[in-house]
Design a protein around this ligand. Sequence first.
Ligand code: NAP
Length: 282
Amino acid sequence: MELINGKELAKKIRMELKEEVEELKQKGIKPKLAVIMVGDDKASAVYVRNKSKACEEIGIEFEEFLLESTITQEYLINLIKELNNREDINGILLQSPIPEGLDIREAFNTIDYRKDVDGFNPINVGKLSIGEDSFISCTPYGVIKMLEEYNIPIEGKRAVIIGRSNIVGKPLIQCLLNKNATVTVCHSKTKNIEEITSKADILIAALGKPKFVTSNMVKEGAVVIDVGINRNEEGKLVGDVDFENVSKKVSYITPVPGGVGPMTIAMLMYNVVKSAKSLLKK
Ligand code: NAP
C-alpha cells in the first residue's frame, strides 16, 4: 500500500505557484483573492485563516470581508457586484455556510464566472460538464490532481463516488468522466452499496460519515480517496474510510488529515493564479 501524501503534494504545488506569482508580479500583475465570510461560524473561520496563510506564503494578496450575520441579501449581492467590477481582484470566494435567510445560490450565481475560483457558478459548472476550460471546484480538482501526480491511471477504470453534493460528488463525476473513467455514483438512497463499491478500481468517499467505508466494501488493490472530514467522539479528525482496516487491502489510500484537505486549498490558490494569468492574454 502506498500513502497518497496530500500534505506534501500540496506544498509542492504551492511552491510552484509561488514562482509563477513572482513572474506575474514582474509583469505587473498582482494576484488577489477576496474572501467573504458572513457570521461567525468557527469552522469557517479556521478555513478562512488557512486560506489567508496559503495566500501569504505564495504572495497572493488577500482581502477579507467579515460581515455580520444580520446583513441583508441585497447587501451581500451588492458587495459581490462591487468585487466583480474591481480590476485589482482576480478571485472571489464566498465561504459557506452563510446564515439561514440568505440565499447562497443567488450569491454564487452573482460571482462573475471569470473570478469564480471556487467553481460554483453555473457557468463554470456547465463548462466543466461540456469539457470546456473552466474553474473546477477545488476539492474535486484536488482529488484529480492527486491521482495524476501519483500516475494512477483513470482512463477505462471503474470509479465509484459515494456522495452527490454540488461541491464534491457532482463535479467529481464530470472530472472523472472527462478523464475517461466509467463512473458510478452512490448516495443515501442507493441500495446494496457494498455490491457497487466493491467493484471499484477507484473509490472516492465523500459523504461525511466517519468510518463508513469498511474493508468488505473495497476491492483488493483498489485506490481509495477519502474526502470526508469528521470529528469522532474524542474530537479527533477522521475521514469517511476505516483507514486502519481498509489500508491493508488497497494499492493507494489518502489519510485524514493530510490527504484531500490540503489539496483543496492548494487548488484554490491554483485557480486564483489561473485567473490572474488570464490577464496576460488581454
Ligand atoms: P453533503 O453536502 O452533506 O453531501 C453528502 C452526500 O453523501 C449526499 O449526496 C448524501 O446523499 C450522501 N450520503 C449521506 N449518507 C449516505 C449514506 N449512508 N450512504 C451513501 N451516501 C450517503 O457533504 P459534502 O459537502 O459533499 O461533504 C462530504 C464530506 O466531505 C464531509 O465530511 C465534508 O466535511 C468533507 N469535505 C471535505 C473537503 C476537503 O477539503 N477535504 C471539502 C468539502 C467537503 P443524498 O444526496 O441522497 O442526501
